[in-house]
Design a protein around this ligand. Structure first.
Ligand SMILES: NC(=O)c1ccc[n+]([C@@H]2O[C@H](COP(=O)([O-])OP(=O)(O)OC[C@H]3O[C@@H](n4cnc5c(N)ncnc54)[C@H](OP(=O)(O)O)[C@@H]3O)[C@@H](O)[C@H]2O)c1
Length: 350
């Protein structure tokens, strides 16, 4: 990454090579990018079951001012992907407006739009695509330059693809909203999942004492990422093993969220990313509660904080399963079962 202004040759090193199959990217200020005209992408033209996801050839997107194009190596799978697939989740998806799912990618910068001076072609990056018109289950993806961070140096692209949404969520709701602090007692509900596993590690990195819930098969994993105690939520009610915590960070929702109020000390906090807390009950219990709200971005600053922890060796992403891009439907269905350990990732390129 460089702060100085780049020459056209640096932004577009392929310019002038005269290769066939070029995208005419005149809006980018890079007229002769050596990329194919079309790409493989997983797309849906309607909401529904896994069979609405189709592998298609679509035009390679062109970055506009303030955007970058990423040559995707791996794409992360999140629960919101199959929630959007099933219901749209407020997003209009039809034959006239088909959608490429996926909010998390890791890859290399391939082209930059007008005015982008912070990234250059070849930079290894991670990006959050919540503000992009299309998602990342594709060979190329567009991101706002402000939603990109360097890939953790020592990480594979597959591990890195598991980081953006989960990492940003933890930064936003555990660190900023939850204000997790040194020596605090924290309970992470769902400590084995994509978000929960990062929450356990970030809470530990910030000096908290961390308990986490997980099923027995994930006990060793959640201990290995730093939890001081793992509570098998299927074997015992967590209320029997934890009380008077300063902060609950909930990734499970439902009954788990409702019951979590009872284990927070008076004056403590509860933050959930998986439902709406009962604010009346929170007030009665003397607890400050918060739920997730739609985020506007930009996401790059939060992503950099998380990447810094990764580069410092304080954070890892466990990749549960890797599927080829063509098996995105299988990947979503596995995540939908609700028992992912760490992250499920799509391999887009070897
Ligand atoms: N609002 C936001 O900004 C935001 C952002 C990201 C995610 N989310 C939401 O947060 C939720 C979690 O996301 P995620 O990506 O972490 O999901 P995930 O990776 O699919 O996590 C599933 C995990 O939940 C655990 N689990 C299931 N039932 C549990 C229970 N009763 N008690 C404790 N752990 C339980 C599972 O562990 P076991 O296999 O051990 O049961 C599994 O590891 C989803 O609903 C997602 O949509 C919201």
């Amino acid at each position: 990454m460089s702060e100085r202004r780049m020459s056209r040759e640096e932004r577009c090193p392929a310019a002038g090579l005269g290769l066939a199959l070029l995208v005419a990217a005149t809006t980018v200020g890079c007229a002769n990018l050596a990329v194919p005209a079309d790409m493989r992408a997983v797309r849906m033209a309607t909401t529904g079951g896994p069979d609405v996801l189709r592998v298609e050839r679509v035009a390679v997107p062109v970055p506009r001012a303030g955007e970058v194009r990423i040559r995707v190596r791996a794409a992360g799978v999140n629960p919101v992907d199959w929630k959007i697939r099933e219901t749209g989740y407020g997003r209009k998806i039809d034959a006239a407006a088909p959608w490429i799912p996926g909010f998390d990618v890791a890859g290399t910068i391939d082209a930059v739009g007008e005015g982008v001076t912070t990234w250059r072609r070849g930079d290894a990056v991670v990006a959050a695509l919540q503000r992009s018109a299309q998602g990342g289950y594709a060979e190329y993806a567009i991101a706002s330059a402000d939603d990109v961070a360097p890939k953790p140096v020592a990480w594979s692209f597959e591990s890195a693809a598991g980081l953006p949404t989960a990492g940003i969520t933890v930064w936003r709701y555990l660190v900023v909203t939850g204000a997790v602090a040194r020596d605090e007692r924290v309970l992470v509900q769902g400590g084995a999942g994509g978000v929960g596993s990062i929450a356990v590690q970030v809470a530990k990195a910030r000096g908290a004492h961390v308990k986490a819930t997980a099923s027995a098969r994930n006990r060793a994993y959640v201990e290995s990422i730093g939890a001081d105690e793992v509570i098998d939520y299927r074997a015992v009610r967590f209320e029997e093993r934890v009380a008077d915590v300063d902060l609950v960070f909930d990734t499970v929702g439902g009954e788990t969220l409702a019951r979590s109020l009872a284990v927070v000390r008076r004056g403590g906090r509860l933050v959930t990313i998986a439902g709406r807390p009962d604010l009346q009950a929170c007030e009665t219990a003397g607890i400050v509660c918060a739920g997730a709200v739609a985020s506007q971005g930009p996401f790059g600053d939060a992503l950099r904080e998380i990447v810094a922890l990764a580069d410092a060796g304080r954070l890892a992403v466990h990749v549960d399963r890797v599927f080829p891009l063509e098996q995105a439907a299988r990947a979503q269905e596995l995540n939908r079962e609700g028992h992912t350990r760490g992250k499920i990732v799509l391999r887009v390129r070897p």
